[in-house]
Design a protein around this ligand. Sequence first.
Ligand SMILES: [Mg+2]
Length: 302
Amino acid sequence: MTADSSPDRRLERALASLRGLAVGDALGSQFFVPAHYPLLKHRQLPDAPWQWTDDTEMACSVLAVLIRHHRIDQDALARSFAEHHDFDRGYGPAVNRLLRQVREGGDWRELASALFKGQGSWGNGAAMRIAPLGAWYADDPEQATHQAEISAYPTHQHREAVVGAMAVAAAAALTADPAGPPTPRALLDGVIDLVPRSAVGAGLRRARDMLDYGDSATVAAVLGCGRRTTAHDTVPFALWSAARGLGAYERAIWDTAQVGGDMDTTCAIVGGVVASGEAGAPPAEWLERTEALPDWVPVGVS
Ligand SMILES: [Mg+2]
């Protein structure tokens, strides 16, 4: 059995992934609060409400554009990012400035390509928002990687940021296929086959070689866990953790958060990928503690 390509099923899968992404983002960001460090150590939940951050806000725009256009329309995506940009959601300084300039009439093509002395951003922001797109295209993982590629450009034009988004979308697409969930090894093999040669790809091959490691902290020390907030410092570890946590959302998020680093984003990626799978939904109590998604995203389907 392969994934259903009907519009309703695509939307259902993408929403399941978005909920997993939002819960991971919101819970992960709670552990930047120093008073919550002991809770993380003992795997205890902070009090509600857990507010989500830029990862979720941007993922909502990705889904809104897919619903409206049935593909990624880059101008519509840039417009949605700019219109819904909330300065207090933890965006990086470069993206804050870029989205303000787009809102004021600037051309995202010029602005995004000019970032970082013309190299474009290699931050993890294109990867953090893309798992629901992968779930949407579970029937066509190659299309998932292609649409993820073009979705990166309005904000992230460095090759590593683009490939990071492709890798996360590929992982979500493969996980959302009902013929899966694949084994951890099969998932990383599939992702590696779908992404071009890059530092992200090299990190993913290393991640595959470390699937049998019991100690997440050692793996995070080797692969990186987002401390530099680059795509190549974030995506290989997040997909290593997602692969090991298939069908076990709760454990996957705790294992990811406990190594530290860019916890809202690593947990958003892991949550979005794991929740793409049929057995990967977050616990009901975690969903209840998480801030509701914004009302401009149609979340009313069952
Ligand atoms: Mg964030």
